[in-house]
Structure formats: C-alpha cells, structure tokens
Design a protein around this ligand. Structure first.
Ligand SMILES: Nc1ncnc2c1ncn2[C@@H]1O[C@H](COP(=O)(O)OP(=O)(O)O[C@H]2O[C@H](CO)[C@@H](O)[C@H](O)[C@H]2O)[C@@H](O)[C@H]1O
Length: 758
C-alpha cells in the first residue's frame, strides 16, 4: 500500500517542507526520491506533493501572507519552520541510512544466493557448460587442481570468478593502477563512462553471466535480464527487500556498481596472437593484441590473451601448469605463465621453440615456423581448461576465441577437429581476424602431415592458384572453419574480394562473405597519447595536448631534430616515415620522390627495418643528404613515438594497407598524414577540402611517386602558406575519438553473432 509522505509523517509538520525545499533551491538530487519498505516517502523529489499537501501548503501560505504584516510573528513562524525542517531532515537522513544498510543486506543475500545456486546447478546445456574434464581427448591435468571447478558447469565457472578475482595478486595489479588513473583523465580519447574498476567489473560479469547466457542479445534487454534475475532470486526476495533493491533514484552509495557495458552479452574471450605489445611486437598485430583485449575487458567481458613467451618477461608468473603436445612426432612441453594486467589475463606459453626469438619471431626455416605455430595453436586451444587465471579456469562455456592472421589460423581448425566434431566444446566459438592477407602460411601439400589432423581435413587446406599451383594453405583452412571472420577496415574487406587484393584467397573470401565484417582498428590511448607519452618526458621532448599544441609540438620537433643531428629549424617541414621496410609499405616509392623532396627544403626521417636492400637504401639517402635526411635502420618503439610527435607530416604510400595504425597515431599527435588511399588508409584519412575546411590529411590514388609528389606538394603549400588551415587539420585529427572503445563494441557484435551461430 502506498502512503504519501504527508500521511506518514504529518506529526512533523511536513506539508510545508516541499515548498520550503523548493524555495531553498534544493533539488531532486539533494534529496532523491526514496521508497522505504514499500512506502513512498516522497522526499521532496521535484517538490512532489499530494493533493492534501497542496491544500495545506496553500492554507499555510495564505496564513503566512496575512502574518506578513506583523514582522515579528512572521519571523518566529519562519524560525519555527526552519527548526521543524531541520528535525525532518535529520529524520530523513536516518531513514536514508537505514535504506543504505538494507541495500547492503540485500546485495549480500543476493551474492550468497548466486554462489549457492552456482554450486548446486547440475550440468545443463543451456548453461553453456562442458560436461567434464575426463571426457576431453587430451585427458586431465594433475597440476591444475582448480580445473574441475572451471569446466564442470557454467554455474561454477561464473560463481568462482568472484573468488578468483579476489585472489589476484595485488602486486601484479598495483603496478598498473597509476597508469589507469592517468588514462582516465584523458579528455580527448577515453570515454570515462567505460572506465570501471576491473575487479568490480569482473564481479559484475559473474553475476550477469549466470543469468544472461540463456537469451540471445537480440531477444534480451537489460530489463529481461533483471527479470530473469528476479525469478532466480525467488523466495529470498521479500517484498520489502524488493522495494529497497528496486529503487533507482537512491543516492549513490559505495556498493553501487555500474552494470557491464556489454550487458547481457558478456562472455569469455580468448585472443590468441603470435605477438602482443609491449612484450612482443614486429608491427601492428602486436599493438592490436595488446590493446583490443583491454577495451573488451572494459566492456565487462572476461578476457585473456594467449601469446608465446619469447623472452623473460617481468610480470608473468609461472602457473605451475605444464602440458605436453606432440608436434611432428616429438613430445614438446609447454609451461604456462600468467599475469593479470589492466583487467586482462595475459597467458604466455613457454617452450624451447619460442625462447629467445623476440627479435626474430617469424624467423627460421619453413618447417621451424610451421612447427612453432602448430605447437602454439594446440596449446592455446586448451588454455581455457588448464590454466587457472586468478585461481579459476575460463572453461569452455560462453567462450569465443579470437585468432589472428595465419599464425593462429590453425586454432579454429583444431577447435573443430579435436573437440567440436566429438561433441565437445559445444558452446565455444572462434573468430579469425585478417590483419594481413599477404602472409598465409603456404607450403607444399605435404605440410599437411605436420598439422596432425584427420585425413578428411586436407581439403580445407588445399588451394590452387596460378602463383602457387596446388598448395597447402593454413589461412584458407582457418577462414573456412572459423565461425566469423573480421578484417581490420571496411576498405580492406572489399579489396580482399578482388583478385588483386585477395592474394589468391579472394575465392575463399567471397564464399565466406556472409561471415565477414570490417572493423577499423582503434589505438591504445594510454600508449599513444601526446599527453601521457612516456617517451616524451626526456631529452627535450614534452607532453602536449590540444591546448598546448602551439608550444608542445614545436618543442618535440626541435628535440627530434636535435636528437637526429638535423639543423634545428622550426619553419622547415619535417616529414616522417615509420614501418616495415617491404613491398607493402611503399618505401621504394618514397625513394623515388626523395630527389624532389630534398629540393623542397624539407627534412625527412625514415625509421624501419626489414628487407636488406631497403635498409641499405635508407642509409644511402642519409649519406647523400646529411642535412635533410635521416635513415634509422632498426626497431625502436621510443623513436617511433618521438617521430610521431616531432614530425609535421607522416608519409604512408603503402601499396596496400589493411588498416594502418601509424596514420591514426599521427593524427592523434597533430601530425598530418599523406597517404595512398587504400584499405584502412582510405577509411581513416578524409582528404583535406580547402573550400569547407574539412578533412584530416592528403590522399593520393595510386602507389606512384608522381602521385605522392602531387599530394605532398599540396600538403607543403598548406603548411607554408595557410597556417590556419594547417592548424585546423591538426586539431581535427587530435579531436577524433580513435580509442578502441568503439571498435570493441563492434567486435562484441561479432562475438555475439558467433555465439548464436549453429
Ligand atoms: N622500425 C620500427 N620501430 C618501431 N616501431 C615500428 C617500426 N616499424 C613499425 N613499427 C610499429 O609497428 C606498428 C605498425 O603497424 P601498422 O598497422 O602500420 O602495420 P603492420 O603492417 O605491421 O600491421 C598489419 O596489422 C595491422 C593491425 O591490424 C594493420 O593496421 C596493418 O594495416 C597491417 O598491415 C606501429 O605501431 C609502428 O609504430
């Protein structure tokens, strides 16, 4: 039964209070609008008054205006009202405190209920759980005592996550807390709404997941989810508690946790990648594997990255889990290391075949590379069962693997051949991301004998094309087997379907078009952010932002010129190039344009490593034009950051570019990109239009020196003659939200699509 606040508290003379509160300018948010044990106490929310109250207020006001003629009487009445109001406020405070205490009680009952339900729920298909460890073809694992808890039922999986998260080593987390705080302050890039404490978030996943697995996202809404929760809580919910718990407008209290951004779609995600920054990186794949997981975790998913352990990394600790896998008839042991950082579980696979090759990840002969990838994928697909992260395994329910490029394209195949074909890992899905189709894991058909698959799988790998003839193609098998495929830009998705862009796999891509989606990469706004960049804190460099662009960027430019031994001149355009020195990146196109460039009074700095002939070319240019050109041969993350900050212009004449990250980094540092309009470069660099002062840089429509020169000429003209336009381009670039948050949301759609695909 609802009772008005007036009736509830008339002894306290409250009819005047709403009006009084209004006069004092006290708002909804000051008092809220609370319900206590089913009774609307109408705490002046929006000066809400009942009809009876209104009459009383009116009478009191009329009376008040009459008394106004007598100043003293009126003053006394006013004082009395204040006194009464104070008392009422005091009482309300008490009530609010009671409410807060009841909320705490309810949430503790709720937690207990979820935990106990999780323990008791037997295996249920709808819970997306795997029946048991013993049924796995690879057998059990003596080292992993918590394994069973992770796979027996999703109830136990979810319910144990809470306790798991409590056991995460604080030492591991603490090192990253400050950075997270810094990033949270980033006004330009980070959406503060998406920032939540990772532990709290994972706890939220736990409770959400228990209920949400049962409904596809397109059927469920947050209300559907909460009603399901309500049903599950059943008996425990007394009506009074329901009312307290259901109150939406309560003043914020410490125990109020925001729901995960992914809502009902939260799931377990395992990203498997041959490289992962900052531990290992040869290019953009490492950046993506280091950043996308964190963005997915911010959305509330439980996220793990699996990568080889190439070096002695500081953070990951030996989990004690050891597994043996057969590769080409040979027993190979894998030791699993783990670190929990920024809300993500990083699992590194240690084996003699991975050790100490951090500077040559894809090096070695054809067979060496193939065997490494076979071992990596065989071990990675079992991680959710054997590696306890924070005390509990991921299990295989509600799980999606994200494999990347050909190196891990065997994973979807192993998932199918070893497990799903045998009715196991029934609820696990795989997504394969194409970062670069130019590398496919090709080899002679005989390679099939090394991947350890049933004979009928050969057809998945066999491909014929005019270049390779009939051959063995790992990427092809992965693309066919994965539940969904992602490419890293919309432009590249289209290009892959063409003979020129598909590198022999355009047929496979076209056949699987239905499961293909382009998602433009984001950038790690903690790593690549001129306000926070750790590489700009010394040697004369400085951090800067949109507000300090005028002073900060020129300072970085001067520091870069000084560091490189170039004449320190503010008015000379400084042009940068960063990238792998190979055919893709069009370094040779820059080379053709160098004679023209040096005649333009510009400075050019090129950082790269790769093909020896192109490395030699860089050195040659430097020696020919010591006053204008620097060719830095090597892989230096610090120098890459400093060039991005100090250069005015970034050149990217790539012949093809699936997405490209350097142009994104450049724009966020106020460095203007000049790019070949291809793949992701076309998607992300809107050409400058001087008529309406729009656009972000210059593009050219052919990978030719002449076209590069034409675009660069226009760019240099604007730099020199139209300073305002130039600054506009810089500012527009810096103001974009290039963070991973948006891309992560798109990935989530793909994960959900994979999850509900049968
Ligand atoms: N010598 C050097 N020293 C230091 N850092 C260096 C360096 N050479 C390159 N880098 C860094 O490596 C990364 C290169 O990323 P890109 O996306 O431009 O290219 P990549 O072709 O490797 O990636 C592929 O995957 C990514 C991710 O999906 C796609 O964006 C891209 O189009 C596709 O070709 C950048 O972080 C860059 O700074």
């Amino acid at each position: 039964m609802e009772r008005s606040f007036f009736l509830y508290s008339r002894n306290h003379g409250l009819p005047r209070l709403p009006l009084f509160a209004c006069r004092l300018g006290l708002s909804d948010s000051t008092f809220g609008h609370a319900k206590v044990v089913g009774k609307d106490i109408g705490l002046m929310s929006g000066c809400k008054v009942t009809r009876l109250q209104r009459i009383k207020i009116l009478r009191a006001t009329e009376k008040g205006s009459g008394e106004g003629e007598d100043g003293e009487e009126s003053e006394d009445a006013f004082q009395a009202t204040i006194e009464k109001s104070k008392k009422v406020l005091e009482m309300q405070r008490g009530l609010l405190q009671q409410i807060a205490e009841r909320r705490k009680l309810v949430s503790s009952i709720r937690t207990t209920n979820i935990d106990s339900e999780g323990d008791e729920v037997p295996y249920n298909e709808k819970d997306n759980s795997f029946p048991g460890l013993d049924a796995t073809p690879s057998g059990g694992n003596d080292n992993n005592v918590v394994h069973d808890r992770g796979v027996l039922s999703s109830g136990s999986v979810h319910s144990t996550v809470d306790s798991a998260m409590e056991t995460v080593s604080p030492a591991v987390n603490d090192g990253f807390t400050e950075d997270s705080k810094e990033a949270e302050n980033d006004l330009y890039h980070e959406k503060t709404s998406s920032k939540v404490d990772s532990h709290k978030q994972l706890k939220d996943i736990t409770s959400e997941s228990v209920w949400s697995d049962e409904l596809p996202s397109f059927l469920s809404s947050s209300s559907a989810t909460s009603s399901l929760k309500d049903e599950k809580l059943g008996d425990l919910k007394e009506s009074s508690l329901q009312d307290v718990n259901g109150e939406a407008n309560m003043p914020t209290s410490e125990d109020v946790k925001p729901p995960p951004l992914a809502g009902a779609n939260v799931m377990n995600v395992i990203i498997v990648s041959a490289e992962c920054a900052p531990w290992s990186k040869t290019g953009g794949l490492g950046d993506v594997a280091g950043a996308l997981p964190k963005a997915l975790a911010r959305r509330g998913h439980r996220v793990m990255v699996v990568a080889p352990r190439y070096g002695n990394y500081a953070e990951p600790q030996d989990t004690g889990v050891r597994r043996r896998y057969k590769v080409d008839g040979q027993d190979m042991e894998v030791v699993y290391f783990h670190a929990f950082i920024d809300g993500v579980d990083f699992v590194f696979l240690d084996s003699p075949v991975f050790r100490h090759i951090e500077n040559n990840i894809y090096g070695g002969n054809h067979m060496d590379v193939l065997k490494r990838m076979v071992l990596f994928c065989k071990a990675a697909v079992e991680v959710p069962w054997y590696v306890p992260c924070g005390g509990v395994c991921y299990g295989d329910g509600n799980l999606v693997f994200i494999a990347n490029d050909w190196h891990t394209a065997l994973l979807p195949v192993y998932l199918k051949a070893y497990y799903r074909d045998h009715g196991q890992m029934h609820y696990t899905r795989s997504v394969l991301v194409i970062h670069n189709m130019a590398h496919q894991g090709r080899g002679p058909v005989d390679d099939f004998s090394y991947v350890d698959l049933p004979p009928h799988y050969l057809d998945l790998f066999k491909l014929y094309d005019p270049v390779g003839g009939e051959h063995f193609n790992i990427f092809a098998a992965g693309l066919k087997t994965a539940d969904r495929v992602v490419t890293v830009s919309h432009g590249y998705t289209w290009e892959l379907k063409t003979i020129e862009g598909g590198w022999g796999l355009h047929g496979v891509i076209n056949e699987n078009d239905w499961k293909l989606k382009g998602i433009v990469n984001g950038i790690d706004t903690k790593e690549w952010n001129p306000r926070l960049d750790v590489h700009l804190k010394s040697n004369g460099y400085t951090n800067y932002s949109l507000d300090t662009l005028h002073t900060g960027k020129p300072q970085c430019k001067a520091a870069l010129q000084k560091e490189l031994g170039l004449p320190v001149r503010d008015n000379v355009p400084l042009i940068g190039f960063i990238g792998r020195l190979d055919h893709q990146k069009g370094v040779d196109i820059i080379a053709e344009a160098v004679p023209w460039m040096v005649g333009q009074d510009v400075q050019l700095v090129m950082l790269g490593t790769g093909r020896p002939d192109l490395e030699q070319m860089l050195r040659h240019f430097e020696s020919q034009h010591p006053d204008n050109v620097r060719g830095w041969v090597g892989f230096s993350v610090k120098t890459a950051h400093r060039i991005t900050a100090g250069a005015d212009i970034l050149l990217m004449p790539s012949r093809f570019e699936p997405c490209g990250l350097n142009q994104l980094y450049a724009m966020s540092y106020g460095t203007v990109p000049v790019v070949h309009a291809v793949g992701g470069l076309r998607d992300t660099v809107q050409p400058f239009n001087p008529y309406d002062e729009s656009g972000l840089g210059w593009t050219f429509d052919g990978a030719e020196a002449g076209k590069l020169i034409h675009a660069l000429w226009n760019c240099l003209l604007t730099y020199r003659e139209y300073k305002k336009s130039w600054e506009g381009i810089q500012r527009r670039g810096m103001m974009q939200d290039l963070s991973w948050d948006h891309a992560a949301q798109n990935y989530e759609e793909v994960l959900v699509a994979a999850k509900y695909q049968w």
